[in-house]
Design a protein around this ligand. Structure first.
Ligand SMILES: *Cc1c(COP(=O)(O)O)cnc(C)c1O
Length: 395
């Protein structure tokens, strides 16, 4: 077993060697432009892109011509929200999202508000779940889009997506889901979930960075988007720019591996994740799991350690790659907006650690991490006056 151990798979994942093998020809000899119509270099690149489109569509129950390639999920989220807001501005100006969304959604919504849209940010309960009655009540005649993430990147909480989709369908409102963390881990299906637009990303599913996709429904209903990138009219005019052929081939292969191995892999990771939780809870007191346990990704564990500052905890175990809160906000000292939205107090929010398990983690690694967490938490509490006070205070 080598260190450091990587346990930050919600931030990014290692490239699967099988994905690299699939990409290699397109990084070397098969360098053609997929739009080149007049020679074999172009044809083989286009063929590879269309094969990847089929694999990606196959993982989420879509048709290949409903997949638009992007530079990643941040771009997919931007294109979905801005593209719908612009295209359907004649129909309405209201969007609905949730307080626990990724910043790619929240910052895009802020931008749309500056442009005159109105946005409702649904709160979540203590478990991190939105309330379906609040969603129903928030939809008005002016609502054009609901955007709710499939699974959260910090606490792994899985929203009731199929019910949300059904409500949106009934009310004639488009439904977008940022499914970056769910695709490849859960059986995401745009038909049974009634999803009209869906964002996914290569580097969260053992594919390359800098490539992603947006699913855009073509029938029942046909979704139209205002392009946010003008140019050669690639991707049915929705996203111009020469296609990232090696990246797209990698994304396709990554999706195909997930389709084949997802059920078994998710079961294995859930078992390791449960082992980690049980080990830590047996050995240290005042540990709290953040977010619903029942409605959760198989590879996520987010726990708060009372009387412990998570920055100190991570510093004390620099042989393990972990995250406090979300990777995007951990540069600041503000507790994460997700934990805040759950109503978790500042003290516990500052003691939160995210464990993101992945394909290449072994049981030996998980046991090592469990031992290290217990060791460092105990050490930090030994020098914590507050913990001493709490433990030795007469009842
Ligand atoms: C990582 C992530 C994104 C951003 O994806 P990129 O491909 O890195 O731009 C968006 N949403 C969620 C939920 C994520 O986890």
């Amino acid at each position: 077993m080598g260190t450091p151990i990587y346990l930050d798979n919600h931030a990014t994942t290692a490239l699967d060697p099988r994905v690299l093998d699939a990409m290699m020809p397109y990084l070397t000899t098969r360098f053609g432009n997929a739009s080149s119509r007049h020679h074999a270099f172009g044809w083989e690149a286009e063929k590879a892109v269309e094969e990847a489109r089929r694999k990606i569509a196959g993982l989420i129950g879509a048709a290949p011509n409903e997949i638009i390639f992007t530079s990643g999920a941040t771009e997919s989220d931007n294109l979905a929200l801005k593209g719908v807001a612009e295209m359907y501005s004649g129909r309405g100006d209201h969007l609905i999202t949730a307080a626990t969304e990724h910043r790619a959604i929240l910052d895009t919504c802020r931008k749309l508000e500056k442009r005159g849209c109105r946005v409702t940010y649904l709160p979540v309960d203590r478990e991190g779940l939105i309330d379906l009655d609040q969603l129903r009540a928030a939809i008005t005649g002016q609502t054009i889009l609901v955007s709710i993430m499939y699974a959260n990147n910090e606490i792994g909480v899985v929203q009731p997506v199929a019910e949300i989709g059904r409500i949106c369908r009934e009310r004639g409102v488009l439904f977008h889901s940022d499914a970056v963390q769910a695709v490849g881990k859960l059986p995401v299906n745009v038909e049974s979930d009634s999803i009209d637009l869906l964002s996914l990303s290569g580097h969260k599913i053992y594919g390359p960075k800098g490539v992603g996709a947006l699913y855009v429904r073509r029938r029942n209903p046909r979704v139209q988007l205002a392009a946010q990138m003008d140019g050669g009219g690639h991707e049915r005019g929705m996203r111009s720019g020469t296609l990232n052929v090696p990246g797209i081939v990698g994304l396709g292969e990554a999706c195909d591996i997930c389709r084949r191995d997802m059920a078994e892999e998710s079961q294995r990771l859930a078992r390791l994740r449960d082992r980690l939780r049980n080990w830590v809870e047996t050995e240290v007191d005042e540990v709290y799991v953040n977010g619903s346990w029942q409605h959760r990704l198989p590879n996520n564990l987010n726990m708060s350690f009372a009387y412990v500052d998570s920055e100190s905890l991570l510093m004390g175990m620099n042989d393990v790659a972990l995250s406090t809160g979300s990777a995007c906000t951990s540069a600041t000292l503000e507790p994460s907006h997700v934990l805040k939205a759950l109503g978790i107090g500042d003290d516990l929010a500052h003691g939160a650690v995210r464990f993101g398990l992945g394909r290449f983690n072994t049981e030996e690694e998980i046991d090592y991490v469990a031992r290290r967490v217990v060791e460092v938490v105990r050490k930090l509490r030994e020098i914590s006056p507050l913990y001493e006070l709490a433990k030795h205070r007469p009842a």
